[in-house]
Write a protein that binds this ligand. Structure first.
Ligand SMILES: NC(=O)c1ccc[n+]([C@@H]2O[C@H](COP(=O)([O-])OP(=O)(O)OC[C@H]3O[C@@H](n4cnc5c(N)ncnc54)[C@H](O)[C@@H]3O)[C@@H](O)[C@H]2O)c1
Length: 303
């Protein structure tokens, strides 16, 4: 089987696939213009978030049998269309859960204690001790929206820190140590809200002006899931009014953003979509990509 690696992938994973007999070419800088010319010669492709696999590319590659996305979300791939053409689409669902959960918890501490703002103030040679009275996160209520792999990892860590964890997920009935609630109940009770659901037609814009109106004053919100689930204009207004005391964002409606006004607010801390960017997660992603492709190739071999 011929595999084209279209985005950065761990060397060990590439070596593992080659050792298993796959013919692997690494073109992790390939452009969207080059792809339709190069990809038709391959049976499979590996992508991360950089390479988008849309319908026209799929149509240009009638021999493509498998697409593996190193990562969780399949929003960069027209997965349903690919499957309708008989292409197997796989991802690495759990490889980065712990890393995203740790970033989320880190963000909650940073919001509670204004770690970024205090650092910036000192770098400006200021000693504003009185400006940085914070809160403890222990004893507070965390509302998790989307209680899947990452949501559960966040819930477990937050409970260990003494938080009460409630969650809204219409597809999960019960979970250990977490009270399942309606979205309205979550909005009303949470001191912190953290998003861990995919962006779908249903979830796009689901946290907007009406939802912020239902929260406590001064809540803090973390989005390490997908941009666009929170209406960014409504969040901007809520941060300016103080209804939301602080937001931590790893993901944006547009990446990179073209309008930076939200990011520039003093009560926003942020990162450029780095939730899964740890050595450990990348290692696990690479290993899982290799394992899945090797397995797939074995199944394709005539008995
Ligand atoms: N920041 C990053 O770098 C990064 C890295 C990995 C994953 N993610 C994102 O994190 C999110 C969660 O990942 P995961 O691995 O936990 O996925 P998952 O599929 O294990 O869990 C998602 C959960 O969301 C729930 N859900 C779906 N629609 C919902 C809705 N409308 N309301 C409430 N809940 C809903 C599902 O039932 C599921 O339990 C995904 O959007 C993923 O793309 C971000």
């Amino acid at each position: 089987m011929k595999i084209l690696i279209c985005d950065k992938t761990e060397k060990e994973a590439v070596e593992q696939m080659r050792a298993a007999g796959l013919q692997v070419d690494v073109r992790d800088d390939i452009t969207p213009e080059e792809l339709p010319k190069v990809l038709p010669a391959y049976d499979g492709m590996v992508v991360r978030s950089r390479t988008k696999v849309r319908q026209p590319l799929i149509d240009a590659c009638p021999n493509l049998k498998v697409i593996v996305r190193g990562g969780v979300g399949l929003d960069t791939i027209d997965a349903e269309y690919a499957r309708s053409k008989g292409i197997t689409v796989m991802n690495t669902p759990k490889a980065s859960s712990a890393s995203v959960a740790e970033l989320t918890i880190g963000y909650m501490f940073a919001l509670a204690r204004s770690i970024y703002q205090a650092t910036s103030s000192m770098k400006a040679e200021k000693w504003e001790k009185k400006s940085f009275e914070g809160d403890e996160i222990g004893g507070k209520t965390l509302g998790v929206i989307g209680l899947g792999n990452i949501g559960k990892e966040v819930a477990r860590r937050a409970a260990a820190l003494g938080m009460t964890v409630i969650a809204y997920d219409p597809y999960v009935k019960a979970a250990n140590g977490v009270k399942m609630v309606t979205l309205d109940e979550l909005l009303a009770k949470s001191d912190y809200i953290s998003l861990h659901l995919p962006k779908t037609k249903e979830s796009a814009g689901m946290i907007g002006k009406d939802q912020f109106a239902k929260t406590k004053n001064g809540i803090r919100i973390v989005n390490c899931a997908r941009g666009g689930i929170i209406d960014e204009n409504a969040l901007y207004e809520a941060l300016v009014s103080g209804k939301v005391a602080g937001a931590a964002l790893d993901v944006y409606a547009e990446e990179p953003p073209t309008d930076w006004k939200l990011v520039k607010l003093a009560n926003v801390i942020c990162s450029p979509h780095i939730g899964a960017a740890t050595k450990e997660a990348q290692g696990r992603v690479g290993a899982e990509v290799a394992e899945k492709l090797i397995d797939f190739a074995k199944k394709m071999q005539p008995a």
